[in-house]
Ligand binder design. Sequence first.
Ligand SMILES: [Zn+2]
Length: 377
Amino acid sequence: MEVEELAAELIRFNTEVPPGNEEACASFLRDYFLDLRIEPSEVLLHRFAENRANLIVRVGPEGQAGLLLSGHIDVVPAGDLSHWDSPPFEPKIRDGKLYGRGASDMKSAIAAFVKAIENHKSAKLKRGIIFVATAGEEIGFDGLSALISDGKIRTRDAMYGIIGEPTDLKVVRAHLGGTVFRVTFHGKSAHSSRPQLGINAVENAARFIVEVAALRERLREIVYPDLGNSVISVTMINGGTKENVIPEKCQIIVDCRRIPIHSDEYIRAELDKIIDKIRNIVPTFDTTIDVKYNWSPLNTPKDHPLVVLAERIVGHKSEVAPYGTEGPLYQQLDIPTIILGPGKIENNVHAPNEYIEIKQLRDSVEIYSELIREVCI
Ligand SMILES: [Zn+2]
């Protein structure tokens, strides 16, 4: 099976999160590996919820592996199907491109990892390979978090980690962390002709939103090498019950992309300062903040041997990226990690008519094969 055929097979599994339903896709990959009959190898389907599973495959000698190759098999929802030229889970090849949800993000990289391992299936490995296909990456890394908490991946399990998220086959060694806060404004309902009898939660949210925009300007001045500055934005709002009722509740989502020196707690403290400032003017201002989810920054040094090796193989200098990945979870396990994969955001990632260029997909198999050769053989 060619790599684009394998990628197409993976696209056929509808793994939209929520709900995920990644188990069927993970089982398909498990069977594919079992059919390869690589000796020695260990293939484990890791079920962590109903119809939800990760796959972890260890190939080669025991002990610390050379390379960990990791990607997610869940995809973001296809959205309005009328915006797709062909159904998102019925992969189509047109003009050298493979179309379908997950084509770039990131079932192609999963297929490329598998083919690269297959390329070396008879090789005598000096260091092992760990292949990880995770579920639930797009909704807060629940699959990988379960794999780690169940002890299926451990500290220093591999020398180097590669995550195949779409980077246009460039080496990404660092990215920002992030936190998504949910802020709830508590008011008191009243007839809209008597606003003084109530507390308007939507108006209070508006006061807060203006201050978040001002905070964004202050954050712009704190610059971290390579990664720039933290960025904070209000991205969602929901409030009010009826046209003629002073709203008693309003909820907003605040998305913050953080440089390594800005922790969750730091940003939270900045939001608390805003609350205190508003409460000085509006004593009835009442709000609660919780963290919906968060992720850490990735910060592999420029001169790390993995970065240097990958730069040599792809022929490009490493870069930093604005999005989050599972990389920091591996970094916390002392597995230095980079992001390197086929496809790019411009290939309609998270949008209708997502695609991958087949040439680039094939190139990625070569790159991963070369990495395996350099590190494991
Ligand atoms: Zn992705």
